[in-house]
Design a binder for this molecule. Structure first.
Ligand code: PM9
Length: 459
């Protein structure tokens, strides 16, 4: 199983959790329409819905909250945030936003014209939606291996340069306002992009005068994988690797709720002065003054501190290795998971886990529901429900139909990981008994958040 990387912290404050009875879990799941997003947090024992905003902040970050300068404009905490982003990421201009999608909204608005194409290394739900709302079309240019859950390649988040060049040839560089590169790739299983690939994408983009923007949401995890897996980086610090990664981008969107180690916050960063001016014109419409962007001063302070903490070697090593521990336990038991194990989550391959269900019976949603019933563990569907419908109203059928066991940062112990592993292994042994689901309510966009389901009676 490999060695265990112990917690690089002591626990100073605790929040009690409890597991409600099996009957109460069944009632809660029915009340939630079999959608784990609609469960009450109090009814959940171990919450692996997401690593977004669920981080335990450090004592220093909590202390930073007390230093909030809540002036409407020019808060000193904004300048601390700006300084942290300049130091750690290297971008000149920073526009705070309430969270990642606030930054995606502004970036999409200032750069996309109707009819444009935005290449990316696999879609992300909110990112693609903002591109589409502004008249753009997302094109997936990730390497084919990313769609194969069993392929063990070290950098399955990489861009296929051939696919990217083909898109440029097809639509012309002037129809591509920017390349959107996620580091790591959430829906591929938290898979990283190699430094060599980042460099190559930037070079190709530069040849055609196309900008590159990173979705930097989990970029520190990506830097850790580069340090571990890419030749020439073993002796480099996470901070050095991160700065080199960012040097291949013109800017980034960031959901601070992940790698910036905060419960709320995000930002848009860039080097180009004229783009920054445009971003400031829109941030006042959707978020707030350019010096707070939908955040309290105290939130910006916590994020500034979190950004600096995030590049600490012990912090990131523990984070990624704890995820690997859970993954390794499942692999040893023969449970089908996305390989290699990614940075923020272990992804169950629901098509292989429940081969008796077709994708239209929503196997990942069904498996997530059963996991809650079994152990009070909450996970998230990342498959056909998340992929939504295309412009003609037909269900998109992604190759990956996954249940994501997402590990919050600094929150759960290895004992919690064992409880989760034991439950998943139990379900795998009893997998034939898990029924499919069908919709009882489906919203028009981002349906995974609020749709409702019922079990399909077995014939
Ligand atoms: N990710 C997650 O659970 C939270 C909501 S699920 C739609 O994985 C990437 C790669 C993300 C992400 C959120 C966002 C949006 C952008 N890019 O949630 O708006 O994983 O802060 O960030 C979620 P915000």
């Amino acid at each position: 199983m490999g060695h265990v990387v112990a917690e690089p912290f002591r626990i100073k404050s605790v929040e009690p959790v409890r597991k409600i009875s099996a009957e109460a879990r069944r009632a809660a799941l029915e009340a939630a329409g079999y959608n784990t997003f609609l469960l009450r947090s109090e009814d959940v024992y171990i919450d692996l819905l997401t690593d977004s905003g669920t981080t335990a902040m450090s004592d220093r970050q909590w202390a930073g909250l007390l230093l909030g300068d809540e002036a409407y404009a020019g808060s000193r905490n904004f300048y601390h945030l700006e300084e942290a982003v300049r130091d750690v990421y290297g971008f000149r201009h920073v526009v705070p936003t309430h969270q990642g999608r606030g930054a995606e909204n502004i970036l999409s608005r200032i750069l996309i014209e109707p009819g444009d194409f935005i290449p990316g290394n696999m879609y992300f739900t909110t990112t693609r939606l903002h591109q589409e709302l502004n008249g753009g079309t997302f094109r997936d240019v990730i390497v084919d291996e990313a769609h194969d859950s069993q392929c063990d390649a070290p950098f399955k988040g990489n861009v296929d340069l051939g696919k990217l060049q083909a898109l440029v040839d097809e639509v012309g560089a002037d129809r591509i306002p920017y390349i959107c590169l996620a580091v790591t790739v959430n829906l591929a299983g938290g898979q990283p992009v190699s430094m060599a690939n980042l460099r190559d994408v930037k070079a190709l983009a530069a040849r055609h005068g196309i900008r590159v923007f990173f979705d930097a949401t989990r970029c520190v995890e990506n830097a850790y994988f580069i340090q571990k897996r890419e030749e020439g980086y073993a002796g480099r610090t996470i901070a050095e690797i991160l700065r080199e990664m960012m040097s291949y981008a013109d800017g980034c969107t960031m959901s601070g709720k992940k790698d910036c180690l905060v419960n709320i916050g995000g930002f848009l960063a860039m080097n180009d002065e004229s783009l920054y001016v445009k971003a400031c014109e829109w941030v006042v419409v959707f978020e707030g003054m350019p010096s707070y962007g939908g955040l309290a001063g105290r939130d910006m302070e916590a994020m500034a501190i979190g950004i600096r903490e995030s590049v600490d070697q012990d912090t990131i090593a523990y984070r990624v290795e704890q995820v690997r521990y859970l993954g390794d336990r499942l692999i040893e038991a023969g449970v089908p998971v996305v390989r290699p194990i990614g940075g923020h989550a272990v992804f169950l391959d629901a098509l292989r886990f429940l081969p008796h269900l077709s994708q239209d019976e929503f196997p990942a949603q069904a498996l997530a529901a059963r996991l809650y019933l079994d152990a009070g563990v909450r996970a998230m569907e990342r498959g056909i429900i998340s992929a939504g419908r295309d412009a003609n109203g037909a269900n998109r059928h992604p190759k990956l139909e996954l249940v994501r066991l997402t590990i919050p940062r600094r929150v759960y112990t290895y004992a919690h990981m064992d409880v989760v592993a034991d439950s998943v292994i139990r379900l795998y042994e009893d997998r034939a008994s898990i029924p499919g689901l069908r919709f009882t309510y489906e919203p028009p966009v981002l349906r995974f958040f609020t749709s409702r389901f019922e079990p399909v009676p077995r014939g």
